[in-house]
Write a protein that binds this ligand. Structure first.
Ligand SMILES: Cc1cc2nc3c(=O)[nH]c(=O)nc-3n(C[C@H](O)[C@H](O)[C@H](O)COP(=O)(O)OP(=O)(O)OC[C@H]3O[C@@H](n4cnc5c(N)ncnc54)[C@H](O)[C@@H]3O)c2cc1C
Length: 451
């Protein structure tokens, strides 16, 4: 492959991983990042401090030799969900088959590891440099430092890995036939913490993702290596109850006492965190095309920002890098065709995971509320455990099956739901769910799923 000079805007999770891929293919890569170097100034700004890394992300890390290191150095496997009801009763649902897990990793830790790895491969990182403007014809970009000084960077190719509010995309938005939509959902989020216990122990089950589903809202918690849990309350921004209605710590505490008493009891800094941590918005961004003139391309959240309820935003962005690399392997130097192929291939998957993530929100919030939904999951799970080659539930397709595209997983999931409606309509299904009769019907449905 002929060496290209490639500039990436954004040294977030996706930009950093992309740079490793490109450097490994022999290109000269530079990244310009708006923020200061997180390795020197620890920053997290109240954003989610841990994320669920699953098989699509792991597959992309494996291709550049990083999967094992990330799993060994910073991941806590979560084998299932622990649901907490209002009375403090717990119930457990495994995520997949025996041994399958999603992994809680530190956002900052993973980002720093990827930046270190980029530098090891000769990538030059420039910090406190915000992309200001881009020439889409020749991939020239202007970056501005904190003092306001501008620098023009000329390269063969420019990638916008600059997140949901991408400056590179902002320039593309002003061009003809660029489609764009931005949707703020009604819910936002706030982070809270359950610290480690007095002896440095985990105060909740360590190897699980905890959920307090409450209908229109929910609290979740993911474990950290220091035995704390990062909790995220997903909550309406307006209405009653909402961030707007809980406008004092006193009201918020009373609300938690009623809805999440077991979690509140483990949050000694609740008052301070409620006041100081921001109420953050959640946005879905779709756009197309993702590339221009074979010279400029969007990747990660810059091209598809989704809501976090499937734990797939970063995983999808990592998968973008993986797919782009496959195309580099197949198509060599023809960047114009290669970038076209990349956007044509990835757009349906970006759209699919955006829809799936929203759908999972409804499912997670309702987890304990809807006995039919729970039963359907139980029947599918049981059948899949017995006949793994015949049926993989949608969650498994999205999370543990990187060989299945998101768009195919979505289509299969829809078909499964149609078929499962026949099971759920069987008389007395709540009594006979584990009977040979139901299994026989599932076998028939599995046959039809293949059609
Ligand atoms: C609450 C929450 C929980 C989440 N949980 C999960 C999860 O469990 N699993 C998962 O897979 N995903 C999760 N996500 C999604 C995930 O955070 C994103 O998909 C992921 O961070 C996208 O990576 P990125 O590199 O594309 O963008 P970002 O992480 O946003 O990085 C973009 C980078 O570009 C920089 N930048 C921005 N503008 C400019 C500019 N003009 N010039 C130069 N640099 C610029 C930024 O400073 C940043 O470093 C979650 C998101 C949220 C909000």
């Amino acid at each position: 492959m002929a060496e290209k000079k490639i500039t990436i805007a954004g040294a977030g999770l996706v930009g950093s991983l992309l740079s490793v891929y490109l450097a490994k293919r022999g290109h000269k890569v530079e990244i310009y990042e708006r923020r200061p170097d997180a390795r020197k100034n620890l920053i997290d700004g109240g954003r989610s401090i841990n994320l669920a890394l699953s098989d699509r992300g792991l597959q992309a890390l494996a291709k550049v030799g990083l999967e094992k290191r990330v799993l060994e150095e910073m991941a806590i496997p979560m084998y299932g969900r622990v649901m907490h009801d209002k009375e403090g009763n717990l119930s457990y649902q495994p995520y997949g088959k025996e041994g399958q897990a999603i992994n809680s990793v530190s956002r900052a830790g993973l980002n720093m590891l990827l930046m270190d790895e980029a530098e090891k491969h000769g990538v030059e990182l420039h910090f406190s440099q915000a992309c200001d403007s881009v020439n889409l014809e020749d991939a020239t970009a202007v970056f501005r430092n904190r003092e306001g000084e501008q620098k023009e960077v000329i390269s063969d190719l420019l990638f916008g890995a600059d997140g949901a509010f991408s400056a590179v995309r902002g320039v593309m938005q002003k061009t003809d036939r660029f489609s764009y939509s931005q949707e703020y959902i009604d819910h936002g989020y706030k982070e809270l913490e359950i610290p480690a216990g007095p002896n440095g122990e985990f105060l909740l089950e360590k190897n699980a993702l905890h959920i307090w589903p409450r209908g229109n809202y929910m609290l979740i918690a993911l474990p950290n290596p220091d035995a704390s849990f990062t909790c995220t309350l997903f909550f309406p921004m307006d209405g009653d109850p909402s961030f707007a209605s809980l406008d004092s710590v006193v009201k918020a505490r009373a609300f938690f006492e009623e809805q999440f008493p077991d979690a509140l009891a483990l949050m000694p800094n609740f008052d301070k965190e409620w006041e100081e941590n921001p109420d953050s918005s959640l946005v879905i961004i779709r756009c197309y095309p993702w590339t221009r003139n074979g010279k400029v391309a969007l990747i990660g959240d810059a091209s598809h920002a989704i809501v976090p309820f499937y734990g797939q935003g970063m995983n999808a962005g990592f998968e973008d890098c993986f797919v782009l690399d496959e195309l580099m392997e197949q198509m060599g130097d023809n960047w114009e065709d290669l970038l076209k192929a990349y956007e044509v291939s990835r757009k349906p998957d970006g759209d699919a995971i955006a829809d799936l993530a929203m759908r999972n929100f409804v499912e997670m919030r309702d987890l304990t509320g809807d006995p039919d939904f729970l039963l359907q999951k139980k029947i599918e799970g049981r059948f899949s455990a017995k006949h793994p080659d015949k049926w993989t539930p949608l969650y498994g397709l999205v999370t543990f099956s990187p060989q299945v595209r998101y768009s195919d997983a979505q289509a299969l999931g829809n078909r499964q739901d149609e078929l499962m409606a026949e099971i759920m309509a069987m008389p007395n299904i709540h009594e006979i769910w584990d009977s040979p009769e139901v299994e026989a019907k599932m076998l028939e449905l599995a046959e039809r799923l293949q059609d």
